[in-house]
Ligand binder design. Structure first.
Ligand code: ADP
Ligand code: MG
Ligand code: ZN
Length: 192
């Protein structure tokens, strides 16, 4: 028997740093806002690099965003009336984000999740890879390799640090293609 299709779904925007994930997220939520679709955008509370209550791209595009501490607080912060939910820097959320996105999509909302699919050692950066498997739409973004100008799918850490997460892009990371990414950089060897 025919049943009217439900309207909720998940879109993932993934790729390395500088690939335009935030730009694309901002473009999509801004279009919805122009169309007067109720939108809420979130980011992890630890990411207050450029602004407290906005997501900002490296190209200085901006959109209002509420910082939330974890996936449970995100779920609680979503209004019933909201139709489009944007989430930037989603790799900094706990794995509960997968279940939260699925619950929101099941409730008829359109979820747009942007984040790194790999960490700087090219390991899967959860929850993004799992969300890719649970999403209807995936946009894999590529940056321009800082070394050669080729298609960059990896993020190379170029600043020394023992932390997995070093916030603040400029100077600490570069986008690299598969030919220019190096496992031989001294900081990386020291960390493995
Ligand atoms: P992401 O969220 O994926 O880190 P952003 O959306 O914040 O990326 O930034 C994308 C913008 O960054 C590009 O439109 C461009 O202006 C700028 N940019 C700086 N370096 C690079 C690079 N190596 N490759 C592509 N874009 C870059
Ligand atoms: Mg970004
Ligand atoms: Zn290259």
């Amino acid at each position: 028997m025919y049943r009217r299709p439900e309207s909720g779904w998940i879109e993932v925007i993934c790729g390395p740093m500088f690939s335009g994930k935030s730009e694309e997220l901002i473009r999509r939520v801004t279009r919805s806002r122009i169309a007067r679709v109720p939108v809420q955008t979130f980011k992890p509370a630890i990411d207050v690099r450029y602004a407290d209550r906005e997501v900002v791209s490296h190209s200085h595009l901006r959109a209002d965003a509420d910082p939330v501490g974890d996936s449970e607080s995100l779920l609680r912060a979503v209004d019933d009336a909201t139709v489009v939910v944007g989430i930037d820097e989603a790799q900094f959320f706990d794995d509960g984000l997968i279940e939260v996105c699925e619950r929101l999509a099941a409730a008829g909302k359109q979820i747009i999740v942007a984040g790194l699919d790999l960490d700087y050692l090219r390991r899967p950066f959860e929850p993004i890879p799992s969300l890719v498997g649970r999403s209807e739409y995936v946009s894999k973004m590529l940056a321009v390799c800082h070394r050669c100008g080729g298609p960059a799918l990896f993020t190379q850490r170029i600043a020394r640090s023992d932390e997995l997460v070093v916030l603040g892009a400029e100077g600490a990371y570069e986008a690299r293609c598969r030919f220019c990414y190096s496992t031989e950089e001294p900081e990386q060897l020291a960390l493995q």
